[in-house]
Design a protein around this ligand. Structure first.
Ligand SMILES: [Zn+2]
Length: 432
């Protein structure tokens, strides 16, 4: 039984932010067990649809949101639900949405107002935990790839490089040479290591990259009472977080002191949680062949039988259909039951689609974020903290060839580095 959001007043919902296709509100009404600490995500619609067909084909009596289905039927079997946001499909009604839209309009940025509005024809919306709003502060970390690849399927030209430097460190190098912001020096294998010294180092480097890029890197973000901070090298730009971690009348701290004070409460949280281990284990298992091994298996499967001439093999992933939710559910059955006993050093061509879907899911885990939430002590309630994994969306299988090309580019750019970073994978399985 889902909560009846239309039993609340539209004025109980405060505008938070919006993206290209959705808009988010947080609950600020009277105390309610159903809605305290929740956020409501609604779909938007353009004022002027591009073509009349978009209106006709728009499925207004929509099914559940695909994000909810994926999380409930796939992700929740791989990550304990206590570490996932509560996502719930809720029913909404036209007049209620119209009133909410009317109240929200003045809070929306002008350029957004000119383009689109809340789609009041929708009958479903998503209710989620409000992970960054309310009192206290939160840190969002995008940890990225937490393992070194299985070396079995690596080619002679990449084996040495890929076995000593992790994918993230190589990619940061490429980004830097292309003038992009990168969290240079941050090694995910440090964050995932479970060793205090290394986790602290990872957090220090993420903080430094965050400040140094004025918040331009996407691996680290800080929210204070629902607002995302934009740091500069002046400590005053970090006033809101300083107020959270120091007493109100403390003198303005130095940047290093502030960094230590912010990182200290995050450290035990990251050392105690099983979440990072769970993420890196799924990343490693699901990417059992590396993209190079997947590509070889693809070529082997598509080689015309008995042909003497070198017939062209279609590019990796060509013609593959996007797996449905049912297929992903079946995949998880096999993954949980048989994956550990499969011989990934000698993959069977009959399992090609299995390995492609596995790679697709590994990409979800390589690209998700975690939110570390710190609630201050209030009255008799002691301070508490929580950790939640977000942005676990299913990726498009059309991206397989893009991922293969990027992998080649990343490794090639790293091949000439005179002093390669040595990344230590503490959880690497013993290989025979
Ligand atoms: Zn690394």
């Amino acid at each position: 039984m889902s909560a009846n959001v239309t039993s609340t007043s539209p004025s109980d919902w405060k505008y938070v932010s919006e993206g290209g296709s959705s808009i988010v509100f947080s609950y600020v009404g009277a105390p309610s067990p159903d809605f305290d600490g929740t956020a409501l995500r609604l779909r938007k619609v353009a004022h002027y649809p591009i073509s009349p067909e978009t209106i006709v084909s728009e499925d207004i009596e929509e099914q559940e949101d695909p994000t909810i289905l994926f999380q409930c039927q796939v992700i929740q079997r791989l990550i304990p639900s206590e570490y996932l946001p509560r996502l719930e499909s809720v029913d909404v009604e036209g007049p209620w949405l119209e009133e909410l839209a009317r109240l929200a309009e003045e809070h929306r940025p002008l350029e957004r107002r000119a383009k689109d509005k809340i789609d009041v024809r929708r009958r479903k919306a998503v209710l989620a935990n409000d992970l960054v709003g309310g009192s206290g502060w939160a840190v969002e970390i995008k940890p990225k790839w937490g393992f070194l690849p299985n070396p079995t399927h690596l080619s002679p030209s990449t084996k040495v490089t890929k076995s000593q430097t992790c994918r993230f460190c190589m990619h940061s190098h490429l980004k830097t040479t292309e003038g992009e912001d990168a969290s240079l020096g941050y090694c995910p294998l440090d964050l995932y290591s479970g060793e205090e010294k290394r986790v602290r180092k990872a957090l220090d480097v993420l903080w430094d990259a965050w400040v140094g890029s004025s918040g331009g890197v996407n691996n680290f973000k800080i929210f204070v009472e629902g607002h995302m901070l934009r740091p500069t090298t002046f400590p005053s730009s970090l006033g809101p977080i300083a107020h959270q971690v120091f007493s109100a009348n403390a003198a303005e701290p130095s940047l290093d002191t502030l960094r230590d004070q912010v990182i200290s409460p995050l450290l035990p949280l990251l050392l105690e949680t099983p979440v990072l281990r769970i993420l890196s284990t799924h990343q490693r298992n699901l990417d059992a062949l590396d993209i190079e091994g997947l590509s070889s298996l693809w070529s082997e499967t598509h080689k015309p039988a008995g042909s003497l001439e070198a017939a062209p093999v279609p590019p990796l992933g060509k013609g593959l259909s996007q797996p449905t939710i049912e297929e992903l559910e079946n995949f998880v059955d096999v993954y949980l039951e048989k994956h550990a006993s499969m011989d990934h050093n000698h993959p069977d061509t009959a399992d090609l689609r299995y390995y492609c879907i596995a790679y697709l899911l590994s990409a979800t885990f390589k690209d998700c974020s975690i939110i570390l939430r710190l609630h201050p002590a209030v009255g008799n309630t002691p301070a508490r903290s929580s950790i939640t994994v977000i942005d676990l969306d299913v990726k498009s299988i059309d991206r397989l060839p893009t991922w293969e090309k990027l992998d080649q580019k990343v490794v090639k750019a790293y091949a000439g580095v005179s002093q390669p970073t040595r990344c230590y994978d503490r959880w690497a399985p013993a290989r025979l």
